[in-house]
Design a protein around this ligand. Structure first.
Ligand code: SF4
Length: 338
């Protein structure tokens, strides 16, 4: 699929003091892409779009170049100890994007040019926690791969972690432009994961992302480059003939990747009231299953609750995935099922 090309770019003036900021500014100007200044990457004004679907589409075509100032990383359970923020947002247009609740109705894409400073904060966390290994997640607030061709930030981060005794890096993607990362020195310290789903789910809900087959071909390349490889299946819809469909999906994964010990992360579909209202605004005709009556409500940590599938169904699904993964994949690990 075609690489992400923004239709407009905003940059914080201070980002020009960093080599990456200067390079990006000059590059996008040379490509004839309208490039303007913004006082803050958190408050960008002037992105067009009168209706919520228009505003969403325009934001997804907008790249903002800024500096990440906070010296603190958020925690990131269950996949890691901390988020490692290189990018916020993603040009994909998945209807159930997990960023919908946080980024709201104008989810523009931000890249941070002070990668060296961000990595030195990571180093401080590792120092504080050693000799325990600290895990950092590079995809907690984004899919970082679509902008990699411009920033090279994943490459830099992978190289940085290859020399860390007490830290590991991981990120997950639905995108397939992996070639620039294949020759990078990783020393097995970056866990490269692909997020997949049933082909019909991808076609219906994951607009602007590669197909299942493209993702699995990219995963196979990544595995040949020696990276520890993982598969995330999310969100899992427990509807219709879900057992048959997800069994087929697991068999398809096996066809592409049969001789690598895989990790699996399994996340059943859930939604919050706020995400539902954002999704209905942006995709008024959505076919997403979001009927509160058919779900179990669970209070969350921050005052808003989630609608999950009923407990019995979740238990049945957990058993189904554990059994089939163990029988189909040698040396597979299931990191979590939620
Ligand atoms: Fe969101 Fe991931 Fe889809 Fe991007 S690819 S829109 S981050 S779910």
């Amino acid at each position: 699929m075609q690489n992400f090309i923004p239709q407009r770019v905003y940059i914080e003036p201070a980002a020009l003091e960093y080599p990456l900021g200067k390079h990006l500014y000059e590059y996008f100007k040379s490509q004839g892409i309208p490039t303007k200044y913004t006082t803050s990457h958190n408050r960008v004004v002037g992105i067009p779009g009168k209706t919520p679907p228009e505003a969403f589409r325009e934001a997804k075509n907008t790249l903002v170049i800024g500096i990440r100032k906070s010296k603190k990383f958020e925690t990131c359970r269950p996949s890691a100890h901390f988020q490692l923020p290189l990018v916020t947002g993603c040009p994909g247009k998945c209807e159930y994007c997990y960023l919908a609740t946080n980024l709201g109705r104008k989810p523009y894409i931000r890249v941070y040019v002070n990668v060296g400073e961000i990595l030195s904060i990571a180093k401080d966390y590792m120092e504080q926690r050693k000799p325990e290994i600290t895990l950092f997640e590079g995809a907690a607030t984004s899919d970082p791969l679509p902008v990699e061709a411009y920033t090279g930030s994943l490459k830099k981060t992978i190289e940085f972690f290859s020399d860390q005794q007490f830290g590991r890096f991981r990120f997950v993607t639905k995108f397939t432009n992996v070639d620039s990362l294949l020759p990078v020195e990783h020393k097995g310290k970056t866990h490269f994961r692909f997020s997949i789903n049933l082909p019909e789910i991808i076609n219906t809900f994951e607009h602007g992302t590669p197909t299942l087959e493209e993702r699995l071909k990219a995963a196979e390349k990544v595995s040949r480059a020696g990276y520890p490889l993982g598969i995330m299946i999310a969100p899992i819809f427990l509807e219709g003939s879900w057992q048959d469909n997800y069994f087929e999906l697991l068999k398809t994964v096996k066809k592409f990747i049969s001789d690598t010990p895989l990790s699996f992360e399994l996340i059943t579909h859930r939604f919050t009231k706020r995400a539902k209202s954002t999704i209905l605004d942006i995709f008024p005709g959505t076919q997403l299953s979001m009927d509160e009556e058919k779900r179990r409500f669970k209070y969350g940590q921050f005052g808003y609750g989630k609608y999950l599938y009923p407990k019995d169904l979740i238990n049945e699904a957990k058993e189904f995935f554990m059994e089939n993964i163990n029988s189909l994949f040698k040396d597979a690990t299931v990191e979590y099922f939620v």
